[in-house]
Design a protein around this ligand. Structure first.
Ligand code: TXA
Ligand code: MG
Length: 343
């Protein structure tokens, strides 16, 4: 299939390109588009066939449900059977923005979107291009991250081109994503609000609004054999470059010592800017040690650059887990398939 690249500098400068993208979605096609977190691969979220096409284009397992993206609060009751007061409070505080809420679904939501579950994940993105695209399409837009299943999520249009050229109808080029990691996913369908995936809105921010918030153990620990995932996405290997990644937890000197001892062809470091000077292997930096926002913004591009440089074995310096750091840590744990060395 031919993939159109539609450059949208802003909703004011390129309304025609945006309309073309919206028309493709309305006609059942697939469009990759920017959000404030990562690029999404969108389809009309109320059209079963269109949603199924997303799984084919990404090579995604069919039991891993999609997020429905909306551009106003009024759409929420059409998709969610119950909207508990906790959801209203979170929406008022964090929407539009990088927060996804899992709620009991209505019969309008196709099985292909919810992966056969009786809940649905809903997000009202902050990015203006995303919102205007959804508004012009006139339907909620189902969109997972716009990468091939298993590889790091895309934070630029070029990442989408690298993964999806020839597999989707269009890619909207709207620049670099601000946050750089996917939205926080919180389930409000059970008794206690539970974070299923940490992201742009931190656990600390959620607790300020709701009080009691749990973090699902699968956020930081591998799932036991046969255990049922609260979020199907948790059971798959994710965010991984082709190289083997090992997460190394230790201070600057110990990290450099450990990595330098293992110097060999194809060995790389994924590290903080403060680490570079002491390293004797090629290194890709993913931000400052005390700057989780910078790390979140840079991580996925850094993982892709390691592939471009043919890295075989990557020692990644483990981030601090406070605030946005928990989301960075969660993605790196999965990129490393939970292979962690503690120095
Ligand atoms: O920032 C984001 O959330 C990006 C942008 C495009 O909006 N989207 C994204 O989608 O990251 P995706 O499909 O890559 O991740 C969605 C996650 C998956 O882990 C999935 O298993 C989980 O949300 N999820 C979706 N529906 C769910 C549900 N009903 N119950 C539990 N988990 C659900
Ligand atoms: Mg994804």
């Amino acid at each position: 299939m031919e993939t159109k690249i539609l450059k949208v500098a802003s909703i004011f400068e390129n309304p025609d390109e945006l309309q073309q993208a919206a028309d493709i979605l309305a006609q059942g096609g697939l469009v990759a588009f920017p959000t404030e977190t990562v690029y999404g691969l969108g389809a009309n979220g109320l059209n079963e066939d269109a949603a199924r096409a997303i799984y084919r284009a990404k090579g995604r397992p069919s039991d891993n449900p999609l997020i429905l993206h909306i551009c106003d609060m009024e759409t929420l009751p059409q998709l969610a059977r119950e909207v508990p007061s906790a959801a209203v409070r979170l929406a008022l505080e964090f929407w539009p923005g990088p927060l996804t809420m899992v709620l009991p679904k209505t019969s309008q939501v196709p099985d292909a979107v919810s992966g056969g579950l009786d809940t649905v994940a809903i997000r009202f993105p902050g990015n203006l291009i995303a919102r205007e695209l959804i508004r012009r399409c006139g339907k909620p837009v189902a969109a997972p991250s716009a990468n091939l299943s298993g590889s790091p999520s895309p934070t630029t249009a070029q990442h989408c081109i690298d993964d999806l050229m020839g597999r989707v109808d269009a890619i909207v080029d709207g620049g670099i994503c601000g946050v750089g990691l996917e939205s926080t996913v919180i389930s409000l369908a059970g008794e206690v609000p539970t974070v299923l995936r940490p992201g742009g809105i931190t656990v600390e921010q959620l607790r300020k609004v709701l009080g009691d918030v749990q973090v699902d153990p699968a956020v930081t620990h591998p799932m036991a054999e046969g255990q049922k995932a609260a979020s199907p996405g948790m059971k798959y290997k994710h965010y991984a470059p082709k190289a083997r990644v090992i997460l190394v937890d230790g201070n600057q000197a110990d990290f450099a010592g450990y990595v330098n001892e293992r110097k060999a062809d194809g060995v790389f470091a994924l590290c903080f800017s403060e680490d570079i000077a002491a390293l004797e292997v090629p290194a890709v930096c993913y931000g400052g040690e005390k700057r989780p926002g910078e790390q979140a913004h840079a991580l996925f591009d850094a993982l892709r650059r390691l592939d471009d440089q043919n890295a075989q074995l990557v020692f990644a310096h483990c981030p601090n887990q406070d605030g946005l750091g928990l989301a960075v840590y969660n993605r790196l744990l999965r990129a490393a398939a939970f292979d962690v060395v503690r120095l």
